[in-house]
Design a binder for this molecule. Structure first.
Ligand code: HEM
Length: 164
């Protein structure tokens, strides 16, 4: 399948600037992870605030901002730059890499991360409506889950399960 000249130019640009796009992808991923690790921590502190108090309002505002200003935009940017890397990679080595074990592992961990992101957004809404039903222990124990997914993703992309 041959691409039209316009998309050919875009793909050539992406291939030539692969390392730049990869760097931007990694930066967006850092922000996404930072927000996802921060939010449950805030939930833990939020639970010790009296409902309706000034601290309760401060935590609600902080939760909204972390989600709207950090987590959501960073997830979109990480996905956009990741999609551009897929386009560049497909031109460099063909589409087959998408089915290699390291990529399938990354995709599985990504499905978990997107699901966790949605779960956190739902939990934020519940906190905003004073309807959190989860315990402090739950938020403390699940806090590290996105980081475990990040370890799996980063090591599968950097090693590609090869030992050279
Ligand atoms: C959101 C959807 C995502 C897509 C579509 C995506 C896609 C990609 C692609 C195609 C590459 C280039 C792979 C290569 O040729 O070596 C890449 C690199 C990378 N990705 Fe992602 N990615 C996504 C999310 C993430 C997340 C959540 C993390 C970390 C938690 C991550 C970490 C990395 C790292 C560290 C690299 C650089 C690997 C290297 O250069 O050795 N990505 N990504």
């Amino acid at each position: 399948m041959s691409a039209d000249p316009g998309s050919r130019r875009v793909i050539d640009f992406l291939v030539q600037n692969f390392n730049l796009v990869r760097g931007l992808h990694i930066l967006a991923v850092i922000a996404w992870m930072a927000g996802m690790l921060m939010l449950p921590r805030i939930f833990v502190y939020h639970m010790s605030a009296e409902p309706g108090s000034r601290m309760d309002a401060v935590f609600k505002q902080a939760e909204l901002r972390i989600l709207r200003i950090i987590i959501n935009p960073a997830m979109i940017l990480a996905t956009v730059f990741g999609g551009l890397l897929i386009l560049a990679d497909s031109a460099i080595r063909g589409w087959g890499f998408l089915l290699q074990p390291w990529m399938l592992t990354k995709i599985a961990a990504l499905i978990f991360l997107f699901g966790w992101h949605g779960f956190m957004a739902g939990a934020r809404r519940k906190f905003a409506n004073d309807q959190n039903t989860r315990s402090e222990k739950f938020w403390r124990m699940t806090n590290e889950l996105p980081f475990i997914a990040a370890i799996i993703i980063v090591l599968s992309v950097t090693t590609k399960f090869l030992n050279h």
